[in-house]
Design a protein around this ligand. Structure first.
Ligand SMILES: [Zn+2]
Length: 253
């Protein structure tokens, strides 16, 4: 875009973090090409996106057709385990020693790795969803509730989903895709996608949703994604949903 004169750089910022230099460019880009903005082969009906616990997120439409399941939580978990052992290694070293310096550098590398892995995975997922769907329905995440969560895989998934929501909203604006944010009290996980029965409680460790009313047995995340796909806004107001300040609220990363 720079070569074609479609992006004009106004400033560049150099940052050094954990021994690595990063250049951030700020500028103005021209509008995306019309063809790119309005692809005709996008999935025409709303697609619900739920945070997965084993995968990063699970997407499905109202008919229960699993759209996509994005891998990633395992990779993040592994990166976090290495980060934890680097932390412990640092604690075992003597203050002021060469060993401590080395351990500190290793820890910084691990921190960077976790951050980069998360960013990379989430960018892949948000790009794929915005490229292939016309309407996306996401959950309005309860940030306070997520911080309290002690379940590791779940908290990784929550943090990634917060960042995914943020990216989906800004990428959707670029490509003319609609993002609907379901009310946080909407029981996407506890409701049966077969009959609409709502469970009073659903433990985090329960991976499969089994309905006592209609007998449906379905993957927990897929069930939630289907419910989100069917969610209907009471008063459609896409301009509010796409407000950048709204994106800030949804961001937790
Ligand atoms: Zn049911």
């Amino acid at each position: 875009m720079i070569d074609l004169g479609r992006f004009h750089i106004y400033s560049a910022t150099l940052t050094q973090r954990a021994g690595r230099w990063t250049v951030s460019l700020t500028g103005v880009a021209t509008e995306l090409h019309q063809v790119e903005r309005s692809r005709s082969n996008r999935h025409p009906v709303p697609v619900g996106v739920d945070r997965g616990i084993i995968s990063l997120c699970v997407a499905a439409d109202a008919d229960g057709i699993p759209f996509e399941s994005f891998e990633g939580v395992t990779t993040l978990k592994q990166a976090l385990t290495k980060l934890k052992s680097a932390n412990q290694a640092l604690a075992r070293t003597t203050p002021g020693s060469k060993g401590r310096q080395r351990a500190r550098a290793r820890l910084a590398t691990r921190h960077r790795k976790v951050a980069n892995t998360r960013r990379h995975l989430v960018h892949q997922a948000s790009k794929a969803l915005v490229d292939r769907c016309q309407v996306l329905v996401i959950e309005d995440l309860n940030v306070a509730g997520m911080v309290r969560n002690k379940h590791l895989a779940r908290s990784i998934s929550d943090a990634a989903m917060g960042e995914l929501s943020r990216q989906l909203i800004y990428k959707a604006t670029w490509h003319g895709v609609e993002v609907r944010v379901a009310n946080r009290f909407f029981p996407s996980s506890k409701m049966c996608s077969g009959c609409g029965e709502v469970k009073s409680d659903l433990d985090l460790s329960t991976r499969t949703y089994s309905c006592g009313a209609c007998g449906l047995v379905i993957d927990r995340d897929l069930n939630a994604a289907i419910n989100l796909a069917r969610w209907q806004p009471k008063e459609p107001s896409p301009s509010i949903l796409l407000d950048p300040r709204r994106a800030e609220l949804l961001s937790t990363a």
